[in-house]
Every structure is written in structure tokens, then in C-alpha cells.
Design a protein around this ligand. Structure first.
Ligand code: ZN
Length: 210
């Protein structure tokens, strides 16, 4: 299955546009906010367009009219939306960000800044490298719960989706408000994959906005 453009908006009842697509997307910089991603657990609440240094998650509100964009190629894009408060966010969660629980920082910000009730928050865990293909060494695997040792090989398969899901369910997000996508970026040749293509890989854009 390919994803030149994959739209998750219907999961959010089409109240917000949430999608991932190849980087040839035309970016309207006048109304876009982009983080300079550093595999951190830093999340910023923003009120205007621009480039935001050293963070991997952005949160804003409908009233500020800003589109949020992150770049991914195997890492997990996580889309967050509260249709009651009309706040929304986008998080880049690779193994480093997942290990540091960036999604928890984002949800804390929804509760503290936007005064969201957790039961109103919907989350989409977008396409990423899935456990079928995400082979890691013990130095990475040791930090996680959802790992599987490969037979005859000193390697582990890491399931980032389950790690993130565990965090958000523990935090209090309702199971029926979590949506996952069955696309492995490594296997789908229509996706960009850093693991598969190395330095030749491009990035996909995760986008959320009104
Ligand atoms: Zn795979």
C-alpha cells in the first residue's frame, strides 16, 4: 500500500485536516509552523507561524490559524486533536523521543495549557517503520518493553506503536479515541524510509491544521 498522500481527517470527523504526504507539498510559510527536530522530548505551545528551534512537538489552537508540519522517514508522526477546545498538536516520535516519552509531554500540555479533558482527545499514530522491520541492537532495545528477540541473531525488533499506545492509554486516553495505521514505511516503496534508503531518503511531511 502506498501513501503519496494519506489522509486521516475522517478519524477526526473531518473537523481538522490531518495527513501525511511526500515532500513535494507546497508549504504556505505564512501560516505554517515547523520545528527544527532534534529527537528531543521538547514540545512547544505556539501562537504564530515560524521555525521553532530544538523541539519535536508543536501544539496550537484553531484561533491562531496555523498549520503544523513535521518531517518523518520511519519515525512516528503522532496527530493529536481535542474537538471541544479546538487545540491540536503534532509530535515526532522516533526511538529517542519515544524513550523520553515526548507524547506524555504533549498530553500534559493539552491538559495544562488548553485545559483539555483527556476523554475528549483523539490521537492518530501515523505510518512509521513497524516491528516487522525495525531491527535494533540491545543498546536501543534495553530501553523498551515491546521488543522481540530475533532467533539466531543478536538483534531485537522494536514496536514503537505499542510503546506510544501504552503511554497514551496509561495517561488516560480512551482506547476508542486512538487510531493506528497499518503501513510500514520500510516496506511500502511509496513511503520514504531512512532505514531502507539511507542518505538518499527524502522526508515525508506530517501535517495538521484547519
Ligand atoms: Zn515492515
Amino acid at each position: 500500500m502506498g501513501i503519496d498522500r494519506f489522509n486521516f481527517s475522517s478519524f477526526f470527523n473531518n473537523q481538522i485536516n490531518a495527513l501525511i504526504e511526500k515532500q513535494n507539498f507546497e508549504i504556505d510559510f505564512d501560516k505554517t509552523a515547523i520545528p527544527i527536530q532534534t529527537h528531543s522530548s521538547n514540545v512547544k505551545f505556539i501562537k504564530k507561524p515560524g521555525i521553532y528551534n530544538n523541539c519535536d512537538g508543536l501544539i496550537t489552537s484553531k484561533k491562531y490559524n496555523v498549520n503544523l508540519i513535521i518531517k518523518v522517514a520511519d519515525c512516528v508522526p503522532v496527530y493529536i486533536y481535542d474537538n471541544k477546545t479546538q487545540y491540536y498538536g503534532l509530535v515526532h516520535s522516533g526511538w529517542k523521543g519515544t524513550k523520553k516519552h515526548i507524547i506524555i509531554n504533549a498530553l500534559d500540555m493539552f491538559v495544562n495549557v488548553s485545559k483539555s479533558f483527556l476523554k475528549n482527545i483523539k490521537i492518530c499514530i501515523g505510518p512509521h517503520i513497524q516491528s516487522c522491520c525495525y531491527e535494533v541492537d540491545w543498546d536501543v532495545a534495553q530501553h523498551f518493553s515491546f521488543i522481540k528477540k530475533k532467533s539466531f541473531k543478536n538483534k531485537w525488533l522494536l514496536n514503537l506503536e505499542k510503546e506510544i499506545k501504552y503511554d497514551i492509554i496509561n495517561k488516560g486516553i480512551l482506547l476508542e479515541n486512538i487510531y493506528t495505521v497499518d503501513i510500514c514505511t520500510y516496506e511500502s516503496l511509496d513511503c520514504e524510509s531512512f532505514r531502507r534508503d539511507g542518505e538518499n531518503s527524502k522526508r515525508m511531511l506530517g501535517i495538521i491544521g484547519y
